[in-house]
Design a protein around this ligand. Structure first.
Ligand code: MF3
Ligand code: CO
Length: 280
């Protein structure tokens, strides 16, 4: 650990335009996967679908081989919080499935996750978990639009979860988002809750992956023997959602959202940056 903060890679508008291509393809991969989620499909099958689509589009999966990671996606079912490895277990009605993926176009990375409920939800607690995790992500993104320091993102996520869920949901402590750009994981860390660090100043050209992870009940967890799977041990299920977001001179661009974040940001009184891909 260094005493000096790691340098944050600031992107040019041209580089952000390529990151938007990367993010927009990833958004389409997630849309494709959403259409295949149903009881009986295995997480291995979803992984193959994502891998083939990314390759067919001329892009490169960035999780595959990352520190030895064996798949294109992380798929985390029910009490698995993050970094679940796809396998041959069929999904069942009511399962909570968090799918995390990423890809590279011309050297520029994207990273995004969605959480789905397979078929009918098992309980209103499961619906609340998934809804509040999604809202927490947008609360964090909205904070980025007006904040001065990266630490304010986690504070906004924490406040939303406390307001919406009281003590019924816990954060996954020790995990968070990150800078993203010419590598998948860059400085700075983007925590999902308040810490003692204010974090670096937010500046145009910064690109951040924001990724709240929430657990029903207590936040206790273990790392499984595969050295990847992070599993809740308090009896609750978990959800994880993520977007890669660019800070530009014209405002925020949600790189991994279909409309660049325009609708969700407008609902929070924020005008998204113009989408560099919208015109052409
Ligand atoms: N979105 C995940 C994260 O930021 C990426 C997982 S890396 C992998 O933690 F190696 F597990 F794929
Ligand atoms: Co990430």
């Amino acid at each position: 650990m260094s005493l000096l903060p790691e340098r944050v890679e600031l992107k040019t508008p041209e580089q952000i335009a390529v990151m938007r291509r990367s993010g927009k393809l990833l958004h389409r991969v997630h849309d494709m996967l959403a259409e295949h989620i149903r009881p009986g499909i295995t997480t291995d099958q979803l992984d193959t679908l994502a891998h083939d689509m990314i390759r067919d589009e001329g892009a490169t999966p960035n999780f595959l081989g990352y520190q030895g990671y064996p798949a294109t996606l992380c798929i985390s079912v029910n009490e698995v919080i993050v970094h679940g490895i796809p396998d041959d277990r069929p999904l069942q009605e009511g399962d909570i499935v968090s799918i995390d993926g990423g890809l590279i176009i011309e050297g520029w990375h994207s990273d995004a996750a969605r959480t789905h409920i397979v078929g009918a939800p098992r309980s209103s607690a499961d619906e609340d978990l998934v809804r509040i995790t999604g809202e927490a992500l947008w609360a964090g993104i909205a904070a980025l639009a007006t904040a001065e320091r990266v630490g304010q993102i986690g504070a906004a996520i924490e406040d939303h979860v406390t307001d919406a869920a009281g003590e019924t949901l816990s954060h996954l402590e020790g995990f968070g988002g990150h800078g993203i750009g010419s590598a998948m994981h860059q400085a700075p860390d983007v925590m999902n809750y308040r810490t003692r660090s204010r974090g670096p100043k937010i500046r145009p050209g910064m690109c951040l992956a924001i990724e709240p992870m929430l657990i029903q009940g207590p936040g206790s967890w273990v790392l499984e023997d595969d050295d990847w799977t992070v599993r809740a041990t308090g009896g609750g299920r978990a959800a994880h959602v993520e977007h890669s977001v660019a800070v530009t001179e014209q405002g925020l661009l949600v790189l991994t959202e279909g409309d660049g974040g325009a609708a969700e940001l407008a609902a929070r009184g924020i005008t998204a940056a113009p989408d560099p891909l919208a015109a052409g």
